[in-house]
Write a protein that binds this ligand. Structure first.
Ligand code: SF4
Length: 415
């Protein structure tokens, strides 16, 4: 447990970030902690490089809405003081804290206070005896450093810790955590260190952490981005967890990539919908299709969605048309429908006349020859019923030929 947050043992993957303020600047640090907590951080880490930071830490721990980890390097007395200050966890790199005796002193104090530790190994600060191995086999070097520190903790009869191994290399992050997860039974904290800007860092983290999380490896994550806005790291972490369906938080927006069939300003619509959805806490799924060419079957799981054309568009729910609206009112009417749904106790309110008008609009705009999933299923069912089997259908489909009408269908849409 880090404060009230369980780590490992099947608990939800916890989202962490680190404040970027000088910790001793209490007002700025607390402001950032509130921002990241609001964005969904379960745990926050603060750097504690000076005695001034220890003073601030006491207040931060008392006032923070989420558990606080003190990040300590080089100076084991700061780790002792951070434990005394009530930090919910101490992040320690045993490789740079001054030797096993200093580590033992910190462990003794942590045990007495019931404070968990995070044993952090970074590719940039491995113990000296592993530097040669780092050149020839960086993954082996990281894992060896981690397992040596774990063994040290066990010799000190201390087990209340998680482990992290961070590297700037995505392949090494993946390989080392896979290897370590087979060797030890402690929770793992994942991160790609110094990942880069919001754009590149998010992608590197999504690939590295996403691969591991999809394997079931990782109990807490931190996205390291070169931005002063720590809440951005939290948002990226949540998108990774949501994409893997590991956790739910707020709405999920689905939007087509657009193509030459688009006839309205979808960029602005998507941006506005995304921004307005931030006001909702539910894991509502909202889909935006740039046109009706494929019907709305591909968005049939969406709780609500819109599809547009030049002058008019349509609002739908769970794959069923709700009503047709002018394109410039699409977003407002979408949110009116969503609010109506909540006001009715999460029940979709359908006006049959308006739904019929919308269905007619869709029929006019969709491509009746497009091989949508629904049409494929219907064709298979029809063929199966006629022939007592579906093999001919699949063979015919692989040639892009309709087995029902014997005519060539075009595969419309590019989603
Ligand atoms: S065909 Fe597909 S990708 Fe192109 S605008 Fe329509 S829904 Fe979007």
């Amino acid at each position: 447990m880090v404060g009230g947050v369980p780590i490992g043992g099947g608990a939800p993957v916890a989202v962490q970030t680190m404040t970027k303020t000088e910790t001793a600047n209490l007002a700025a640090t607390m402001e950032q902690i509130h921002k990241v907590a609001e964005a969904g951080a379960d745990i926050v880490r603060v750097a504690v490089p000076r005695d001034d930071d220890i003073e601030a830490l006491k207040t931060i721990v008392a006032q923070s809405p989420i558990p606080v980890i003190a990040d300590i390097h080089y100076n084991h007395t700061l780790a002792l003081k951070a434990i005394d200050a009530g930090a919910h966890c101490i992040r320690l790199n045993p490789g740079n804290i001054g030797g096993p005796d200093k580590v033992a002193a910190v462990v003794e104090r942590a045990k007495a206070a019931g404070t968990p530790l995070r044993i952090g190994v970074n590719s940039g600060s491995l113990p000296k005896h592993l530097l040669e191995l780092e050149y020839s086999n960086p993954v082996e070097a990281l894992v060896t450093a981690a397992t040596e520190f774990v063994a040290l903790m066990h010799r000190l009869d201390f087990y209340d810790f998680k482990v992290s191994m961070k590297s700037t290399s995505v392949p090494n992050t993946i390989a080392s955590n896979r290897l370590l997860s087979e060797k030890i039974d402690h929770p793992l904290h994942l991160g790609v260190t110094e990942a880069g800007t919001r754009w590149t860092g998010s992608l590197k983290s999504a690939v590295g952490l996403g691969t591991l999380l999809a394997d079931g490896i990782g109990d807490t994550i931190r996205i390291s981005l070169s931005t002063f806005h720590a809440e951005e790291e939290v948002k990226v972490a949540w998108e990774i967890l949501k994409a893997l369906k590991l956790r739910e938080r707020g709405p999920v927006l689905i939007a087509c990539p657009t193509c030459g069939r688009l006839q309205f300003d979808m960029d602005s619509v998507v941006a506005e919908v995304e921004q307005r959805l931030e006001a909702y806490d539910d894991p509502l799924e909202v889909s935006i299709l740039g046109c009706g060419v494929n019907g709305i079957g591909e968005a049939r799981h969406a709780d609500f969605g819109i599809t547009g054309a030049k002058d008019a568009g349509m609002i739908y729910s769970k794959g069923e048309p709700l009503r047709k609206v002018p394109t410039d009112r699409l977003v407002d009417e979408l949110f009116a429908e969503i609010d109506r749904y909540y006001a009715a106790g999460k029940r979709v309110i359908r006006d049959e006349a308006k739904a019929a008008e919308a269905a007619a609009w869709l029929a006019e705009h969709e491509d009746a020859t497009a091989l949508t999933p629904e049409r494929l299923a219907a064709m298979e069912a029809a063929e199966s019923a006629a022939n007592g089997g579906g093999e001919d259908v699949l063979a015919a489909l692989s040639e892009d030929v309709s087995p029902v009408a014997g005519r060539r269908f075009k595969r419309a849409g590019s989603v």
